[in-house]
Design a protein around this ligand. Structure first.
Ligand SMILES: Nc1ncnc2c1ncn2[C@@H]1O[C@H](COP(=O)(O)OP(=O)(O)OP(=O)(O)O)[C@@H](O)[C@H]1O
Ligand SMILES: [Mg+2]
Length: 248
């Protein structure tokens, strides 16, 4: 359903994406892994249509989204929702305002229906009675859950998570991983999880793509990832620094 073809993106002389090719299967969870600064968030922003590539295309059900006008893109975006790295909640709004923002701005739902949907989505992510709190009053784990509630409120077909477990203790991280799996099954969505947390990959993903030097260096199932003896991939998965290895 999502096909990324020969995607290139540079920021001045920083060549971040150097011909990314990747197909993301419908109804599955694909993890995109890679070291910090490798371009994972940049890649997600291209899938969402929030960034324009220098060359190449992201096809969504056969349509090249990177070529669409602002107006056309709006209807495509309704099918997708992103849980941003660091939650990205609006501090000036209540939790309720944050979760309902897409519904207020992009649907003609009535206030009462929106409030009902907001409460349902908060309940779904395990949060009760916090509608009137401000984001500043929430813990890091709660903020991630609110960000997930905001994403599912739009009933998307594609859910993109950027580092959903980063900064959480292992128990909170695992409860977010379980939530990703449960939502996947319940909503029958296509999920993309960007992460450098290998535990999160093992718990949530069917398929894994490793972004390295601006390209997909490896792709395969979680089992194929474990069995691979590719040295660059192994070093990443096992957290070995190339410099440390040379010194050893
Ligand atoms: N808007 C931008 N303008 C200029 N450079 C950018 C912009 N966005 C990203 N970059 C650069 O692109 C590279 C990849 O950034 P990106 O945020 O995609 O990394 P990442 O893989 O998500 O890292 P992390 O795991 O730390 O989140 C970095 O060198 C970054 O500085
Ligand atoms: Mg990132």
């Amino acid at each position: 359903m999502i096909e990324i073809k020969r995607l290139h993106k540079s920021f001045e002389d920083n060549e971040v994406l150097r011909g990314v090719d990747l197909t993301i299967g419908k109804g599955h969870t694909t993890a995109i892994i890679g070291s910090s600064g490798s371009g994972k968030s940049v890649l997600l922003k291209h899938i969402m249509g929030l960034m324009k590539p220098d060359a190449g295309c992201v096809f969504l059900n056969g349509t090249c989204v990177t070529d669409l006008s602002y107006h056309e893109l709006k209807s495509v975006r309704k099918k997708m929702a992103m849980v941003f790295q660091g939650a990205a909640l609006f501090d000036s709004m209540t939790v309720s305002g944050n979760v309902g923002i897409g519904l207020y701005n992009h649907t003609d739902m009535k206030e009462k229906e929106i409030r009902k949907r907001v409460t349902e989505c908060l309940e779904r992510v395990g949060l009760h009675g916090i509608e009137q709190l401000s984001p500043a009053e929430l813990s890091g784990g709660m903020k991630k859950r609110v960000a997930i509630a905001r994403a599912i409120a739009m009933k998307p077909q594609i859910l993109l998570y950027d580092e959903p477990t980063t900064g959480l203790d292992p128990i909170r991280a695992n409860s977010i991983n379980d939530l990703i799996v449960d939502l996947q099954e319940e909503m029958d969505v296509t999920s993309i999880v960007v992460t450098h947390d290998m535990n999160s990959v093992e718990r949530t993903a069917d398929y894994v793509a490793f972004l390295h030097n601006g390209q997909i260096h490896f792709e395969g199932t979680v089992e194929e990832l474990s069995a691979s003896d590719d040295i660059v991939l192994r070093n990443f998965v096992e957290g070995v620094d190339e410099v440390d290895k040379i010194a050893a």
